[in-house]
Write a protein that binds this ligand. Structure first.
Ligand SMILES: O=C(O)c1cc(=O)[nH]c(=O)n1[C@@H]1O[C@H](COP(=O)(O)O)[C@@H](O)[C@H]1O
Length: 271
């Protein structure tokens, strides 16, 4: 998917919501547990209930890989079920020496039809470059993450700058805002303004609202750019909103609350 197509979808739906399909078999409601295809059935119901409210789905591959072949099959069926116009993210956090990253890119962009993949930048340019060679596909590189461990490396100084600042300024030269995004945790509010200064034009994938306590308001007010430039992810807060038979309706309700708040911030952008 091109940047322009993504921006058009955000405008049309008045949403920059990314629903995270971190589908944990132990949290699937009891009535679906015995279904032979429980993960896919759960995802299908979530997608049907939220697809008009979000512009992206993020499939966290760990939750599928944990089930071996059956999990990969559920992941493939899920990504193929997502409507074409919705931006798909393989949250796989890959990155290795060049020829290995080339195989990861084939796995997620050719064998599976994802629009994008999350990538760890630690191994440098040759580990990220293979993901940037595909037209209409994206690498989403970890910038400043939402977790506590962000302070172990990302928020350590290397000379004058934090390591994450160096990652943003260096990695942004490897691709363009047309094929490269950054992961910025919603819990890192003090850094949002600075982050936007370093990378004014890029889209950010922003996890950490909902279950991790980050604020949609903070990221929206401090880090939107003229094209919105944000995909805000919530996983558990949406897909396990009820944990019961009415899980899809409950997911829709929470997704709608996010979307309605997003519409307000988008309106401000246009006025
Ligand atoms: O790359 C990610 O998606 C990611 C980066 C980060 O800094 N923090 C983070 O939580 N994530 C992912 O975003 C999702 C957050 O899930 P919830 O906390 O349930 O909304 C999970 O799939 C995480 O793996």
């Amino acid at each position: 998917m091109t940047r322009q197509q993504l921006v058009e979808q955000i405008k049309k739906k008045k949403s920059y919501l990314c629903v995270g399909l971190d589908t944990d078999i132990t949290k699937i409601p009891a009535h679906l547990q015995s279904h032979p295809d429980a993960i896919f059935e759960f995802n299908k119901a979530i997608i049907d209930a939220t697809k008009d409210l979000c512009v992206s789905y993020k499939i966290n591959t760990a939750f599928y890989e944990a089930h071996g072949l059956k999990g990969w099959e559920a992941m493939q069926k899920t990504v193929e079920y997502i409507p074409q116009e919705i931006f798909t993210i393989a949250d796989a956090k890959r990155g290795d020496i060049g020829n290995t990253s080339t195989q990861y890119a084939k796995a997620f962009f050719e064998a599976l039809p994802f629009d994008s993949i999350t990538v760890a930048p630690y191994m440098g340019e040759d580990s990220v470059a293979p993901f940037l060679e595909y037209n209409g596909k994206w690498a989403i590189v970890l910038g400043l993450t939402s977790n506590k461990g962000a302070s172990d490396f990302e928020l350590q100084k290397t000379g004058e700058a934090y390591l994450y600042e160096k990652v943003l300024s260096t990695v942004s030269k490897w691709g363009s805002p047309e094929n490269l995004m950054f992961v910025i945790g919603a819990t890192q509010a003090e850094e949002f303004t600075n982050i936007r200064k370093i990378t004014p034009d890029h889209f950010y994938l922003v996890p950490g609202v909902g279950a991790q306590g980050g604020s949609l308001k903070d990221i929206s007010e401090k880090a939107m750019n003229k094209d919105c430039g944000l995909l805000v992810n919530a996983s558990r807060a949406i897909i396990y909103a009820s944990g019961k038979e009415d899980f899809a309706d409950a997911a829709r309700k929470v997704a709608q609350e996010y979307q309605q708040e997003m519409a307000v911030y988008l309106d401000r952008l246009n006025n």
